[in-house]
Design a protein around this ligand. Sequence first.
Ligand code: NDP
Length: 254
Amino acid sequence: MTTSSLNLSGRVAVVTGASRGIGYFLARELAAAGAHVVAVARTVGGLEELDDEIKAEKAISGKGEATLVPLDLTDGKAVDRLGGAIHERWGKLDIMVANAGVLGVIAPLGHVEAKVFDKVMAINVTATWRLIRSLDPLLRLSDAGRALIMSSGAAHSARAYWGPYAASKAAVEAMARSWADESKNLPLRVNCVNPGATRTAMRAQAMPGEDPSTLPHPSEIAKTIARLASPEVTETGQIFDVPSNRFVRYRMPE
Ligand code: NDP
């Protein structure tokens, strides 16, 4: 399926980390396919820019809308309120993309400051769990709930100095598999995504010596990821690897 044939009309999608990078372009793709995107991040300027783009696209195609939610995902009570607000307005949620994340620091484990380690875990792991806790009841009410959780190749590679980030991504993958198994008898499908190296601020922080023009632009990556939000996707508990354009399969319990 191409993104142009992706039809998400009438679907409500939460995208975290929508103020820049992969989340920004993913929110645009989902809106272009007709979804109402609830765009979450802290930077109001980035969210407003997204809203302008979605409005401009809608003026041409008639499709897509955004609701902006400036929010720090480490504020657990605010994440809880998000679920309540979505329930009040739409009574369900169709798509959740837990994309927001931080790298922390690239350093030997013994040199990582405790507050940096805690921040990586708070945003990448605890906030993702809190989002699941808040939105799972709403996704269960959708006829084709789709949850995508952004992981990384770092979850599987044994790469020196990436310890906190790698551990956080391995943790969300484990959480996603549990959630997928909990919901396997529902229309809800839960998958992780490895976007691969992408031209964003996070990648530049991780690899300052790299020429960004050698990397895929997040708008390209977003087209592939958006397809995973389609009601047609049947896989659950898997990781979609964008660079190889395929699911890497885990054995789910019988
Ligand atoms: P960016 O740094 O470009 O964007 C990160 C997003 O997360 C921003 O929108 C930021 O918004 C949001 N965010 C961070 N902290 C918080 C917070 N406390 N509350 C709310 N929002 C927050 O990252 P990428 O686009 O590169 O990465 C997106 C995802 O893809 C991440 O999970 C990353 O780990 C993963 N990934 C990226 C790769 C790459 O090469 N780029 C490779 C593999 C995985 P704001 O600051 O406005 O709050």
